[in-house]
Write a protein that binds this ligand. Structure first.
Ligand code: FAD
Length: 154
């Protein structure tokens, strides 16, 4: 279940100067389907105010809420069941948001990253150099902190 909230510009009377209006879109993912929707919507706005205190004084001129249950592709724990870039046929590679990647990417980034990985896997067969992919560190930078994380981390 996901919810989104957006607030935008109201229609301005002719001759009045344009106010500094902004459209803000907030998204919540993996919301409990039984959740109190009004409370979730208030919570989203509260988080916006907490993260961006300058928005607290903003006047809301319009707000729209949309609730969808259209992310069934990504159940918790479903990572290992996704297809991988390489398939049993070396001439066939797959890419897209559904495809598993051990790099810390999601959504459009995962689609693009697996696209590069798929192209690289094909190029490798012809001895051609592919695209170098850069990522944030995928493990702690120091051995001491990694050990600490193993002890107390999740
Ligand atoms: C409302 C919404 C907001 C989003 N916002 C963000 C965001 O802010 N940031 C972000 O990173 N990601 C966002 N995403 C997710 C992002 O759009 C997807 O992760 C990304 O587009 C996935 O790329 P893809 O190439 O795997 O699939 P898609 O972009 O879905 O491309 C698949 C293509 O295949 C086509 N297709 C499907 N079936 C067939 C068929 N049988 N034959 C031929 N063609 C077919 C489809 O028409 C489509 O063009 C959002 C998604 C939605 C729905």
């Amino acid at each position: 279940m996901s919810a989104s909230w957006s607030a935008g510009r109201a229609r301005r009377p002719a001759g009045r100067p344009a106010p500094a209006a902004r459209l803000v879109e907030l998204h919540a993912y993996a919301v409990d389907p039984a959740a109190d929707r009004a409370a979730e919507q208030r919570g989203l706005l509260a988080q916006l105010h907490r993260l961006y205190p300058e928005t607290r004084d903003a006047r809301i001129v319009d707000a729209r809420h949309a609730w969808h249950a259209d992310c069934p592709l990504f159940p918790v724990g479903g990572h290992r069941n996704r297809p991988t870039v390489r398939t049993p046929d070396p001439a066939v590679t797959v890419a897209g948001v559904i495809v598993r990647s051990d790099l810390p990417v999601a959504l459009m980034e995962r689609a693009a990253t697996t696209g590069f990985l798929a192209a690289n896997a094909l190029l490798e067969r012809w001895g051609l150099r592919g695209q170098t992919l850069w990522t944030v560190p995928v493990r702690g930078r120091t051995a001491a902190l990694r050990s600490l994380n193993r002890l107390v981390g999740d």
